[in-house]
Design a protein around this ligand. Structure first.
Ligand code: ZN
Length: 56
């Protein structure tokens, strides 16, 4: 499935549960939104370092 990058936003944990970067496993601080078609958005969590690498 093709993902089209939509936006990056800072991610703050309000639920009390830590979220982790899907690439390196560090604590996530950013979330990237991707459009995968048919109006469906997928959110992937990243740390600052990986967000810069993965999202351009
Ligand atoms: Zn990372």
């Amino acid at each position: 499935m093709k993902k089209i990058f939509s936006m990056l936003r800072s991610f703050s944990d309000s639920s009390g549960k830590a979220k982790f970067c899907i690439t390196c496993g560090n604590k996530a601080t950013q979330e990237a939104l991707f459009n995968v078609g048919d109006g469906v958005m997928v959110i992937e969590k990243y740390c600052d370092t990986c967000a810069e690498k993965e999202v351009k």
